[in-house]
Design a protein around this ligand. Structure first.
Ligand SMILES: *[C@@H]1O[C@H](CO)[C@@H](O)[C@H](O)[C@H]1NC(C)=O
Ligand SMILES: *[C@@H]1O[C@H](CO)[C@@H](O)[C@H](O)[C@H]1NC(C)=O
Ligand SMILES: *[C@@H]1O[C@H](CO)[C@@H](O)[C@H](O)[C@H]1NC(C)=O
Ligand SMILES: *[C@@H]1O[C@H](CO)[C@@H](O)[C@H](O)[C@H]1NC(C)=O
Ligand SMILES: *[C@@H]1O[C@H](CO)[C@@H](O)[C@H](O)[C@H]1NC(C)=O
Length: 741
């Protein structure tokens, strides 16, 4: 009884299933009425674009050895200007064979992408007819010309040289159907009319057929188009190939990573690209936004550059070795005569002791890495890894793991990275970055006696810097308007401090006026009836009398002091095409500065925010002549100061000028900097050795606004003395500063 009812249910089930699939088929075919026999005609093109198509399919310029693969990209009219163009401009340029885009019959482009509008095909979805007719087009025109044929989507990135290497390792004289095997997702499972052991090649990451596969498939596409079981074009191509060629999509676990489809959607490719998945892949899908396709392309370019650099490094090492051998053999005495490059640094073998310090100060200092980073060089010795450091460490680890796993397949084992237990890192401008990492790894052996064990590995690593590279800009092509005849209009706000003005003017006289450089000066004076201001005016007028041909004047400004107001008033004194240089009386300039200002400030394009060297309080450091001018003890680069700037007047106006509602000193510089960053102008920020901020005691008025008051104290304390000096002071007087509780 029990048994018979079981059988009964089984029969019912089968019949029901049958009814449903036939019904579904019926619905599908009639809903999207694109299947009709006469449309799958042999006629190629009937319209006036015939000539264009003839040109596109002409492959006489492709040499025989480059005829490896034909790639057909299925696209639609609305993506021709975007996705198709992006592919054409990126990986489409390096296909080892031929690439053509296929779209609906009415498609038109105004760019030069190779496009074939398929007759009697529209852009409706699903694109089953487009797909099958594209395969037919490939077959009819190119079956004898290429070994491989690929059907690709317009949102895929293909690493063409990896693809070439891969395909050349596979026997193309057999029927092959290569791609990532799919079975349909959970929701679709059972609805694709696939048997348990049947698969298809997923369309997204691309499917590749050998010549035999395409040849055996094409006579049957009418039948397959008439007998669709699902709305999935890739499933139907797969079904047709299985039925008439007799092969499934490659059943290989590896294909998932080679023909990579991101199930997290596009996000995968919008974030960090240095990941295992992306490095392993040959095709990457989906990348729907052209901007991310270009980004991917440039990333792979950078990997390529990196590997070329590495090869050149190896050559340098070889040259150095040869030089040594040859000079030992006394074949030539001065090794540098033969080569025009310096091999003494790049040619060195990787080692942690390339450099021997002569004294303590020269020692290259290691930072300690664990959950935090501990370093001597920072005023905050224990801190979280900055994101750039984290990225650098991740990159290094990934590169090491790639090296460790390079032969893992041959050895039947794979080693996975778990975490860094601790490590040391140091950088130095000559030799690069050194790492010592204690890594926890998992060792998995899958051939022979299987096992999984945790292992620790110490890695000693060195990332060498490459040679300095520079690009010469062509002054004509680049409308580079450098001229030493351009006037630099110096604008100086002044509030008291006549002594400082005196020093400033003497400095300007020495480096600009005496050398007859083209400058103008406007000093913006507040509280002009104060005694100190009267003194300032006298000093200034003396200079004006001495250099009568120069345009130099004082502008008296009303009201409470505001640096923003002063600079705004000062810039109004000059024409719109004037080059403005905002500076303070505490600054000492040296020769070369004006040249850099003229060079680095470009009208309508670029604003120059030099990083100023700021002196510490000379009371604290041992002010002997031994100390170099821009040394660590004498001062620091004021990375967060934006007050000294050169900009064209018209650009200042375009970004909105200074915020004159800001009173006193500070904040107006940050405000201008943010405005420039948000505009379409670019910022040039660089340490300028010719601009030194001379130390002066800072007093912070409690009347300042909270934020300004805080910033004032920040700059007061940070300009006291270097860490080294402070440490020396403390060590000299431990009783006074260190209390032991
Ligand atoms: C293909 O192009 C070449 C020159 O690029 C030309 O000589 C040849 O006639 C063309 N063939 C056809 C069939 O148009
Ligand atoms: C042709 O180019 C214009 C502007 O470059 C673009 O807006 C338009 O969509 C293009 N048309 C076609 C049919 O590609
Ligand atoms: C490739 O396959 C063909 C057909 O099976 C066979 O004759 C040929 O020897 C194969 N070539 C290689 C290199 O294995
Ligand atoms: C090569 O570079 C090293 C390190 O910068 C330097 O000491 C050496 O003088 C250079 N040699 C030549 C020939 O320029
Ligand atoms: C920058 O933007 C301004 C308007 O905001 C515009 O007039 C100018 O042409 C733009 N410049 C460039 C180089 O795009």
């Amino acid at each position: 009884m029990y048994k018979s009812s079981h059988i009964f249910r089984f029969i019912i089930g089968t019949i029901l299933g049958f009814v449903i699939t036939t019904q579904l088929r019926y619905l599908l075919l009639h809903q999207s009425c694109f299947i009709s026999l006469n449309q799958v005609s042999d006629s190629q093109t009937t319209n006036s674009d015939e000539h264009a198509v003839q040109d596109i399919i002409n492959i006489s310029d492709i040499s025989d050895e480059k005829r490896l693969i034909f790639i057909g990209v299925m696209t639609a009219q609305k993506y021709l200007d975007t996705r198709a163009l992006a592919i054409h401009n990126t990986w489409g340029k390096t296909v080892p064979g031929k690439l053509i885009f296929f779209s609906s019959s009415s498609s038109k482009v105004n760019t030069s992408i190779p496009l074939v509008p398929l007759p009697n095909v529209d852009d409706s979805y699903p694109p089953q007819k487009k797909s099958f007719l594209m395969l037919k087009f490939m077959h009819d025109n190119f079956i004898d010309d290429f070994e491989w044929f690929m059907r690709a989507d317009d949102d895929v990135y293909i690493r063409t040289s990896q693809l070439e290497t891969f395909l050349r390792s596979v026997n193309s004289s057999k029927p092959q159907f290569i791609g990532q095997a799919g079975l349909g997702n959970k929701e679709e499972f059972g609805q694709l009319s696939l048997q348990a052991d049947e698969n298809f090649c997923m369309g997204g990451p691309g499917m590749i057929m050998s010549r035999d596969t395409l040849r055996l498939l094409i006579p049957h596409i009418r039948y397959c188009l008439k007998n669709l079981f699902s709305t999935h074009e890739d499933v139907e191509v797969g079904r047709c190939i299985r039925k008439f060629v007799g092969i499934p999509c490659t059943w290989s676990y590896e294909m998932q990573s080679i023909f990579y489809h991101s199930f997290s959607g596009e996000e995968m490719f919008t974030a960090r690209l240095k990941t295992k998945e992306i490095h392993r892949a040959i095709t990457l899908h989906p990348i729907k936004q052209p901007a991310f396709l270009y980004r991917m392309h440039s990333y792979f370019h950078s990997l390529n550059t990196q590997s070329l650099r590495y090869n050149s490094l190896l050559l340098y090492r070889e040259i150095l070795e040869m030089e040594n051998i040859l000079s030992e053999a006394k074949l030539f005495s001065n090794s540098n005569q033969l080569f025009h490059f310096n091999t003494s640094v790049l040619g060195m073998k990787p080692a942690l002791n390339k450099f021997y310090p002569v004294n303590r100060d020269e020692t290259l200092v290691w930072d300690f890495l664990s959950k935090s980073i501990y370093s001597l060089s920072s005023s905050n010795p224990k801190r979280r890894l900055e994101s750039y450091q984290q990225v650098a460490v991740n990159d290094v680890v990934m590169e090491v793991m790639e090296i460790i796993n390079k032969y893992s397949k041959q050895r039947g084992r794979v080693i996975d990275f778990k975490e860094i237990l601790y490590g040391y890192v140091r950088e130095n401008p000559l030799f690069g970055v050194d790492y010592i990492l204690d890594m926890l790894l998992t060792y998995r052996k899958y051939r022979g006696k299987k096992m999984t064990v945790p292992v620790r590995r110490h890695a000693y690593l060195q990332k060498t810097f490459s040679q300095l590279e520079f690009k010469e800009e062509n002054s004509q092509n680049n409308n580079f308007p450098y001229s030493d005849k351009t006037y630099v209009n110096i604008i100086v706000p002044l509030y008291g401090r006549s002594d400082n003005l005196k020093r400033f003017l003497t400095n300007v006289e020495n480096i600009c006026l005496k050398t007859q450089d083209k400058i103008r000066i406007a000093v913006i004076l507040f509280d002009s009836d104060q005694e100190d201001a009267i003194e300032s005016k006298m000093v200034f007028e003396e200079l004006v009398r001495k250099y009568p041909t120069y345009d130099m004047h004082i502008i008296e400004a009303p009201g409470p002091f505001s640096r923003a107001m002063a600079l705004e008033v000062g810039s109004k004194a000059f024409s719109l095409d004037a080059l403005l240089f905002f500076v303070d009386v505490d600054i000492v300039l040296s020769s070369g500065v004006l040249e850099r200002i003229r060079l680095n400030t470009i009208k309508g394009k670029r604003v120059y925010f030099p990083v100023v060297f700021s002196e510490y309080d000379p009371e604290y450091y041992d002010n002997d002549a031994e100390l170099p001018l821009l040394s660590e003890e004498r001062g620091y680069w004021r990375q967060f100061g934006y007050g000294i700037v050169s900009i064209y007047h018209s650009d200042l106006k375009q970004v909105g000028g200074f915020d004159t509602s800001i009173q006193g000193w500070g904040k107006e510089d940050v405000d201008l900097y943010s405005k420039v960053v948000r505009s379409n102008l670019t910022v040039l920020r660089a340490a300028d050795p010719g601009i030194v901020h001379v130390f002066h005691p800072i007093s912070c008025s409690p009347e300042l606004e909270d934020l300004q008051y805080e910033m004032c104290w920040g700059s007061k304390l940070s300009s006291l003395a270097s860490q080294k000096t402070l440490a020396k002071i403390i060590l000299r007087n431990p009783q006074k500063y260190i209390s032991i509780r």
